[in-house]
Design a protein around this ligand. Structure first.
Ligand SMILES: [Ca+2]
Ligand SMILES: [Ca+2]
Length: 354
């Protein structure tokens, strides 16, 4: 009798694990392949070889790029090299990225930048918010950009117990923002278990020096976040939910869920065209290929443009697809006029003409 019970128990556990594995493969789009879809005028940006996870472009065409992310479970081509913020001027014909100098006193050796967001103050000061993972922890670094000598003056490091595993941020003022947490747990093994089990414990946090609060929750893994040009709507990518959540923003910074746009790709960072309001996203076609990196069969890249997301029928167009032979693991896509920039978690960056 004991043997029968033990066998039944083993069978039950195996069935449960099998079911979880199946769901996990679905959330990672593990069998997903796409045919390449190229744009006519694209070139790899020289000097970016180890990631361009997030890109944010100022209205004058200066683009900040976070490069060199080290993240549990994800590949890195330069695991011992510190991260950096690069800048390119998109008004130039063939812009070359330059590293932005960071003011003294900031711990550059452990700099591990992830999501970024710019904010222009009333006096035209440019602020750069950077998600940082020194020693794999999460902080938000606030900088002021000084164009005259291409430097970032470090203003403060923000740490908070609600900001435990930050992926991306969107600035709301010179010292407040929304941030996404992509995991509830910290530490590589618990993070992987959380992903495998498909727990929906991640959230969006509002941070200001006076108040810190959760404003949205229930995501498998909240990732990119951005805001509509009129500041009324907030978009959040749930990378493992394969979707984008739209929220209405209120005066007290709370968020009300409006709708979810379901896609069949793993959406990473979200950019918003300041003139048209169109949403541009860098996506992972197949999450397994990103996490279980094989240089012989690398992850591809996909860029989507979403128009009229608030309407009954948003238009989703697939703008660019690569099988990984050109660019691997796209995490962001953003436009400046007719230029499209595609950034990646750990690989290169591509500039295309639309
Ligand atoms: Ca961002
Ligand atoms: Ca991201």
């Amino acid at each position: 009798m004991g043997k029968v019970l033990a066998l039944a128990l083993v069978g039950l556990v195996a069935a449960l694990l099998g079911e979880r594995l199946l769901r996990f493969r679905e959330r990672m789009s593990a069998s997903h392949e796409l045919k390449p879809k190229r744009l006519p005028n694209c070139h790899l940006i020289k000097g970016i070889e180890t990631g361009s996870e997030d890109i944010d472009i100022l209205p004058n065409g200066l683009a900040f790029i976070s490069s060199g992310l080290k993240y549990p479970g994800l590949p890195s081509f330069a695991p011992d090299k510190r991260g950096q913020i690069l800048l390119i001027d998109l008004n130039e014909q063939n812009p070359r990225p330059v590293e932005v100098r960071i003011s003294r006193g900031f711990d550059l050796a452990s700099f591990n930048p992830h999501g970024i967001s710019t904010y222009i103050g009333d006096d035209d000061s440019v602020y750069l918010f950077v998600v940082n993972h020194p020693q794999y922890k999460s902080t938000v670094e606030l900088f002021k950009y000084v164009e005259d000598d291409n430097s970032l003056v470090h203003l403060k490091t923000i740490k908070h117990e609600l900001l435990q595993s930050v992926n991306d941020i969107v600035a709301l003022s010179p010292d407040s923002f929304y941030a996404t947490n992509d995991h509830y747990f910290t530490g590589q093994y618990l993070m992987m278990l959380e992903m495998f089990l498909g727990l929906t414990l991640t959230n969006v946090i509002y941070y200001s020096p006076k108040e810190v609060k959760e404003v949205a929750s229930g995501f498998y893994s909240a990732n990119g976040i951005n805001i509509s040009p009129d500041g009324q709507y907030v978009y959040v990518a749930d990378v493992q939910g394969l979707n984008i959540h739209v929220f209405e923003k209120h005066a007290n910074f709370s968020l009300t869920p409006l709708k979810v746009l379901q896609l069949d790709t793993l959406v990473d960072n979200i950019s918003v065209d300041p003139y048209t309001g169109d949403i541009w996203v860098g996506c992972h076609i197949n999450g397994f290929k990103v996490f279980f990196y094989d240089p012989e069969d690398p992850p591809g890249s996909e860029v989507l443009r979403i128009q009229d997301i608030l309407s009954e029928k948003p238009a989703v167009s697939q703008v660019y697809v690569d099988d990984g032979s050109v660019i691997q693991g796209s995490s962001v896509a953003t436009v400046y006029g007719k230029k499209l920039l595609i950034g990646t978690v750990f690989h290169r960056a591509l500039s295309c003409e639309l």
